[in-house]
Design a protein around this ligand. Structure first.
Ligand code: TYM
Length: 377
């Protein structure tokens, strides 16, 4: 898939391309924009507005107001998020996980984290189940490295744990027609029947806690907006089965290091993987596209454009927490004071620091992996 922005926007769980118009997605997917009122309510509980909310990275929702009503009336809600283990984790994937961890800290919620090794086996023609399951266990180390509470977090490995949830999966699947998933996901006569059934499996964790607890537990799903088709189907089924509709809070996509396009594992030279060596990460950043001018003279004279620049976006989304410092960087870029080469070095230092720490945590996670794996009650 070309990495440009000229193509038509496509956002599905398996393909994100073209220039993303987030307002159009809110309209087309039928979600709600995150309002000031909701942000204020979250801020009240958190004590401050998380960077990803302050910077508009999370931008849309369904029923977030209901989740807050529920919590404010003294009821708990659970969190559900996940990963399709098709390779190493990149820093785009961890965006919703950082926020999920924040929500767990603030609201004390239990989290079910689903590893869809079945999905990735089904959609990648060259994959064996061993490959996707292998990545699932590897990626679980990244999840644990985010700092989730081991007492409140369970990682569900689809292929291993299917016995726990198969009954619920078929109960869900019976209420979804082929025509619905065809219209929602674009399946056709050449789609394998495994992937046609799969939306029922991704719906499972939204109801699993309710099933196991024997009472309806509200569920909130933080994820990028590419996963939304799954939730549309899940929400349709919920009322038919007597469960609450799961709520969602959606984030935008962290861009790749190239010109336009989201960070994607299929373009490894423009993605920073959590397992990249520090040298490799630095090299990728040095080779990144920027919003700069062709020559230093032009840059000094006319300034750069931070709003098309992945280097600036990385600071904005992940690596510069301080709003004032971020504004300075933005101004210095626009005025031509900050040159792209220097900005790349600044970012590379921050990314390397992050990777060094994250990789240490990944190593430590090996000792506690077992504690996080889903245990049937
Ligand atoms: P996957 O592995 O494609 O993506 C994992 C999570 O990362 C989000 N994401 C991104 N966020 C910001 N910037 C990006 N460039 C970027 N790329 C991906 C995805 O939205 C997702 O939240 N089918 C799912 C696995 C899954 C799941 C879930 C995800 C199962 N249950 C519940 C979220 C919530 C998948 O393949 O995700």
């Amino acid at each position: 898939m070309p990495n440009g922005e000229e193509e038509e926007m496509v956002v599905t769980p398996w393909t994100v391309s073209g220039k993303i118009d987030y307002s159009r997605l809110v309209e087309e997917f039928g979600t709600q924009p995150l309002t000031e009122d909701i942000l204020k309510r979250i801020e009240k509980h958190a004590g401050e507005l998380h960077q990803q909310l302050r910077r508009g990275l999370f931008f849309s929702h369904r029923d977030m107001d209901w989740i807050l009503d529920t919590y404010e009336s003294g009821r708990r809600f659970m969190l559900y998020t996940g990963r399709g283990p098709s390779g190493p984790v990149h820093v785009g994937h961890i965006v919703p996980w950082i926020f999920t961890k924040h929500l767990q800290d603030v609201f004390g919620s239990k989290l079910i984290f689903q590893m869809t090794d079945d999905e990735k086996f089904l959609v990648n023609s060259g994959f064996t189940t061993k490959m996707s399951t292998g990545f699932a266990y590897d990626n679980a180390l990244d999840v644990i490295a985010m700092g989730f509470d081991p007492k409140k977090t369970q990682i569900l490995m689809d292929i291993k744990d299917v016995g726990v949830f198969y009954e619920l999966a078929v109960t869900i699947a019976k209420r979804i027609t082929f025509s619905t998933v065809k219209a929602t996901f674009g399946f056709n006569d050449s789609s394998n029947i495994g992937i046609i059934f799969f939306p029922a499996i991704q719906a499972v964790p939204a109801f699993l806690e309710s099933l196991l607890a024997g009472e309806n537990v509200p569920c909130l799903i933080p994820a990028a907006i590419d996963q939304d088709p799954y939730w549309r189907v899940t929400r349709d089924v919920a009322s038919k089965l007597g469960y609450f509709k799961p709520a969602q809070i959606h984030c935008k996509f962290l861009p790749g290091l190239g010109k336009g396009g989201k960070m994607s594992a299929s373009l490894p030279e423009t993605a920073i993987f959590t397992t990249d060596s520090l040298d490799v990460a630095e090299k990728k950043i040095r080779n990144a596209f920027t919003g700069g001018r062709p020559t230093v003279e032009e840059q000094r004279h006319a300034g750069g454009d931070p709003f098309i620049c992945p280097i600036y976006y990385y600071e904005y989304y992940l690596f510069e927490e301080d709003d004032e410092r971020l504004q300075e960087v933005c101004d210095e870029c626009k005025s031509g004071e900050l040159l792209c080469g220097d900005h790349k070095i600044m970012l590379a230092e921050k990314v390397k620091e992050f990777l060094k720490e994250h990789q240490k945590k990944r190593e430590k996670a090996k000792d506690v992996l077992e504690d996080f794996l889903f245990k049937a009650p």
